[in-house]
Design a protein around this ligand. Structure first.
Ligand SMILES: [Zn+2]
Length: 249
């Protein structure tokens, strides 16, 4: 069982929970109607996804849907594995669905990561994530494009943020209080010595200028909590973190 931490923002009638592991995060939106998952870790995190639900008094039967920020294995893998035994729908952005179905793969591989293996952090990270199923090429064959998300638990709002992948999406939760930023804007990563708001290493990013453009646009939101795909929760107005991440502060 992976070690996990849960940080909860209570909005009154709904809660947004950030589930953190050493390698990647995911989010649970919870209200009286059930739970919406946003991402689900590596394949090896499938049990941890269930454990996260249990710790907030829920279970897989209460999950109404899962949303993907993007279809990289560290965000989709746990859901892909769980999906074999459950039946909630998995949604992704219009331009990410084919990626989730593995009609193509837009992800760092041996060719791109190999030259970085001299860095001890990268070598340690790779050993860890291979154990979590990083090389599992499976997707979610029945992933669907977002429809109307407003009726789902937590009433998430999709915010297109392409660049990290072509169909990457961020989400607002808690009436706009929380931004679930996925891998567009993160706050730490095992391969990075840098702590605090940042963009993910270029080796993992499909289109760096497009991602920077998306991150800059996030500054226009009114979120005061950011839950990233990697690294700890950020508490403060999103525009501050955008400036820091883009090196303009
Ligand atoms: Zn990613």
């Amino acid at each position: 069982m992976a070690d996990l931490d849960i940080t909860t923002i209570d909005h009154g009638s709904a809660k947004t929970h950030l589930v953190s592991t050493a390698y990647v995060n995911w989010v649970m939106l919870q209200d009286a109607d059930g739970v919406t998952l946003i991402d689900g870790g590596y394949p090896g995190h499938a049990d941890a996804v269930v454990e996260g639900l249990r710790r907030v008094g829920s279970d897989l039967h209460e999950v109404q849907a899962a949303l993907l920020t993007h279809a990289h294995v560290d965000h989709l893998g746990g859901l892909a594995r769980i999906g074999r035994t459950t039946s909630f729908p998995v949604y992704a952005g219009d331009d990410e669905v084919a990626h989730a179905r593995r009609e193509y793969l837009e992800q760092a591989d041996a060719r791109t990561i190999g030259p970085l293996l001299y860095r001890p952090r990268v070598a340690r990270w790779l050993a860890g994530v291979v154990r979590l199923g990083a090389l599992d090429g499976g997707g979610i064959g029945d992933a669907q494009p977002f429809g109307d998300l407003s009726a789902l638990p937590g009433a998430p709002v999709a915010v297109p943020a392409p660049g990290h992948t072509r169909g990457h999406t961020a989400f607002l939760a808690g009436d706009g209080e929380v931004l679930v930023s996925g891998d567009s804007l993160i706050s730490g990563h095992p391969i990075s010595a840098c702590r605090g708001p940042q963009c993910l290493d270029e080796v993992f990013t499909h289109d760096v200028p497009a991602n920077e453009e998306s991150v800059a646009a996030l500054a226009g939101l009114d979120a005061v909590v950011v839950m990233p795909g990697h690294g700890p929760l950020l508490s403060g107005h999103v525009s501050t973190f955008v400036e820091q991440a883009l090196g303009r502060s």
